[in-house]
Design a binder for this molecule. Structure first.
Ligand code: SF4
Length: 549
């Protein structure tokens, strides 16, 4: 059959040039959408000087709109949602109509590692400048709310004095690097990835050469499979090479959001000393070849999907590393998923205690109390997990029970129900401008209901509550994944609710296959009915498990 007519130019009309995806490496340097234009006009990192010199003095009204809705993210700042705007209006209002004059401020905590001076500094700025708000995010960050631009320089001074920063905590940048919350202390770890995380942060965070990526670049460096490595743009997961010894297996192209994909192995083994170099090479590849026409296709996962891993690895080696990577084996996953909650022995004989707030919600006051409690129990370090939990490290055995009692008194449970332990929630409509529904309070009501009606169970049923399709709390990889949307209420009017995804999960242990939850058309609930709906689902699952035994 003849080739389709479309490939033959119509007589009299010039052949149309292929539109391209806006890839810099192919010569497309002209911005193809407003976000690319904003980034080309000025590097997002430059907004810091304007915040310090102009906006902090002139207040909210003095902020250039392109900075306000674009470049301020490069310093961890988003305007928060104006209170009282319901989810039905999220998509129809102009951005400025959703903007409050207050900001969400994200503090990056690379590897989730904090010492007590850092914890106290966060607590202090939360109390002084953030109305005592603080959420532990599922990327091991801390988010404050109600921050005024006038106070941002003072916040920077205070947190930077203890080695923390908000640099590239948001924006089209290399975001916080996830690490195992038990790096350096776990009995099961062979090689601690923390030096590589430190090197990445020192060399590449705030580096103007990597500050204009097509979109965000999320990463993991972890020996243990206790972080969601399959859901990140780049992951280094611990593996022992039969000839070269301990190192890291390289994965690329994971991401959830509206078009979920799992990261894939490149089949390459990277020694600890080269992790930062390979990280930067992949980031540069993404910068130069990543798609920049449509925001929805601008994550590295689309490039990996289109190229395949063999081509991706070859271009990485030939054009960005200038050498071949060493072939390596797949990592060996643990027998059981690693749970950080409760009491666990460290390899030095001390103990760490993992505790759960409700869906990561704490406060400046609580964080200050955690610092005092940890210190009183001989600990100088805490860790945040990518499951919105908090660990206190280095506790002597005879101090563990006292620590647990003290944490419990401030709302952090080390022996929580599985409902509290395995429920996460994103920011939601309380502060997020993209949200359609409320999340944190809904998660709290659901946990409370399940604790009262079903009580404690063996095993776990994870519940991830998300305020919109963006899946910040990983909708697709929970046993019960909830995607916020408007649904018909009892009288037919549209109300806050959720599309339900069932049976999702990542492979965190041997025998577990990664899986995106099934999304069946009819599986929807209103937010008001979620607690009872979740109870029915859980009972059905538990009954099925009983029948199977
Ligand atoms: Fe906001 Fe949606 Fe992300 Fe939740 S999932 S934090 S509502 S963008």
């Amino acid at each position: 059959m003849a080739a389709p007519a479309a490939s033959t130019p119509t007589p009299g009309r010039a052949a149309r040039k292929p539109r391209g995806e806006g890839q810099w490496a192919l010569g497309h340097r002209e911005p193809l959408n407003p976000n690319e234009r904003t980034k080309k006009d000025d590097n997002g990192l430059n907004v810091r000087a304007r915040i310090e010199n102009i906006y902090a003095h002139g207040g909210f009204a003095s902020i250039d709109p392109a900075d306000l809705r674009g470049r301020m993210r490069w310093w961890g700042l988003y305007t928060q949602r104006k209170p009282g705007i319901d989810g039905g209006r999220t998509a129809v209002l102009e951005p400025h109509e959703l903007d409050d004059e207050y900001f969400m401020l994200r503090i990056r905590v690379d590897g989730g590692q904090l010492d007590l001076a850092q914890l106290r500094a966060i607590a202090n700025v939360s109390s002084k400048y953030g109305r005592d708000t603080a959420d532990i995010t599922d990327r091991q960050n801390i988010q404050l709310h109600w921050v005024r631009v006038e106070d941002v320089p003072a916040i920077w001074r205070e947190i930077e004095a203890v080695g923390l920063s908000t640099t590239e905590a948001c924006g089209d940048t290399p975001r916080v690097v996830l690490g195992s919350p038990v790096a350096g202390i776990s009995e099961h770890e062979v090689l601690d990835g923390t030096p590589a995380i430190d090197e990445i942060v020192e060399k590449y965070i705030g580096d103007p050469a990597l500050s204009n990526l097509p979109r965000k670049f999320k990463s993991v460096v972890s020996w243990l499979a206790d972080v969601p490595y399959e859901a990140n743009d780049i992951s280094f997961l611990g593996v022992v090479h039969p000839e070269h010894g301990p190192g890291f297996d390289l994965w690329v192209g994971g991401g959830l959001s509206t078009n979920p994909m799992l990261a894939q192995r490149l089949g390459a083994w990277v020694p600890l000393s080269e992790v930062a170099e390979v990280y930067a090479a992949v980031a540069r590849l993404f910068r130069d070849y990543g798609y920049r026409r449509l925001r929805a296709r601008a994550r590295i996962k689309f490039l990996v999907a289109d190229w395949g891993v063999a081509k991706f690895r070859q271009i990485l080696e030939d054009e960005f590393l200038g050498r071949k990577l060493v072939d390596g084996p797949a990592p060996e996953l643990p027998e059981h998923p690693i749970d950080h909650i409760g009491v666990h022995r460290q390899r030095d004989g001390k103990f760490y205690v993992g505790a759960a707030a409700v869906a990561g919600r704490v406060s400046g006051t609580v964080l200050a109390q955690v610092a005092d409690i940890a210190q009183a129990h001989g600990s100088g370090r805490v860790r945040l997990t990518p499951y919105q939990k908090l660990l206190v490290l280095d506790v002597a055995e005879d101090r563990v029970e006292s620590l647990i009692t003290a944490l419990d008194a401030i709302g952090l449970q080390a022996r929580p129900s599985s409902w509290r332990r395995d429920t996460m929630a994103c920011t939601g409509i309380e502060y997020c401008k993209l949200a359609i529904v409320e999340t944190k309070a809904t998660a709290a009501r659901t946990i409370d209901h399940l604790e009262r009606t079903i009580g404690r169970i063996d095993g776990s049923i994870s519940i991830n509550v998300n305020g919109c399709p963006n899946a910040c709390a990983r909708t697709q990889v929970a046993d019960i994944g909830l995607k916020g949307q408007l649904v018909p209420g009892p009288d037919g009017t549209m109300v806050e609710g959720f599309q339900v995804h069932l049976g999702g999960g990542l492979s965190m242990a041997q025998g577990q296959n990664p899986n995106f939850g099934r999304k069946l058309r009819g599986l929807k609930t209103t937010a008001a009915e979620l607690p009872e709906y979740a109870e029915r689902l859980a009972r059905r699952y538990l009954d099925g498990r009983k029948d199977a035994t």
